[in-house]
Design a binder for this molecule. Structure first.
Ligand SMILES: O=P(O)(O)OC[C@H]1O[C@H](OP(=O)(O)OP(=O)(O)O)[C@H](O)[C@@H]1O
Ligand SMILES: Nc1ncnc2[nH]cnc12
Length: 172
């Protein structure tokens, strides 16, 4: 299981800067059978978990959050880079494997009583997902888990997020 998907994720050395080995997921998306296998695996993990809303993280997280929300019958919302969301927002700053950034969420994106799943393509240091977890918590929603296609375990992002609330389809 997942071996065919793993085979379609390629390493790109020194992208976007020297010393980073970038996991390029685009070959896994462009093959229809592989893309289906990925989305079906996310669905299999989260169906029956009463997820009310999925937060997709800009930008590659959107690719998985949207079909998963559709399949689960959950709502979809987005955590975006600063200045992209038109309504009133809250913001959290975070350090990335390569730099620093911030993410925003609409104030009414999630709220009390909602079971929320945060979805992204890659878990590296966990800084990005942790920031989104803080945004969700600030709005009083219940953060059920974080779910990723790829986890780079040597960067210990799961330790940072809390291993019991981290799910990954493929681990390196
Ligand atoms: O665990 P971390 O160390 O925080 O890194 C993981 C994040 O980095 C990448 O996003 P990036 O900021 O490159 O944005 P993109 O998806 O728009 O390319 C990736 O898609 C994750 O969101
Ligand atoms: N090495 C990596 N490959 C792909 N996405 C990433 N996001 C952060 N680090 C990454």
């Amino acid at each position: 299981m997942m071996d065919a998907v793993r085979a379609r994720i390629r390493d790109v050395p020194d992208f976007p800067q020297k010393g980073i080995v970038f996991k390029d997921i685009t070959p896994a998306l462009s093959d229809p059978a592989i893309f289906r296998e990925v989305i079906d695996a996310f669905i299999a993990r989260w169906k029956g978990e009463r997820i009310h809303k999925i937060v997709g993280i800009e930008s590659r997280g959107f690719l998985f959050a949207a079909p998963l929300a559709y399949a689960l019958g959950a709502g979809l919302t987005v955590a975006r880079k600063p200045g992209k969301l038109p309504w009133q927002t809250i913001r959290e700053v975070y350090a990335l494997e390569y730099g620093e950034n911030a993410l925003e969420l609409h104030v009414d994106a999630v709220g009390p009583g909602e079971r929320v799943l945060v979805v992204d393509d890659v878990l590296a240091t966990g800084g990005t997902a942790d920031a989104v977890g803080r945004l969700v918590a600030r709005q009083g929603a219940e953060l059920v888990s974080f779910s990723f296609l790829v986890e780079l375990s040597f960067l210990h992002g799961a330790r940072r997020l809390g291993p019991e609330r981290v799910h990954s389809l493929i681990t390196y």
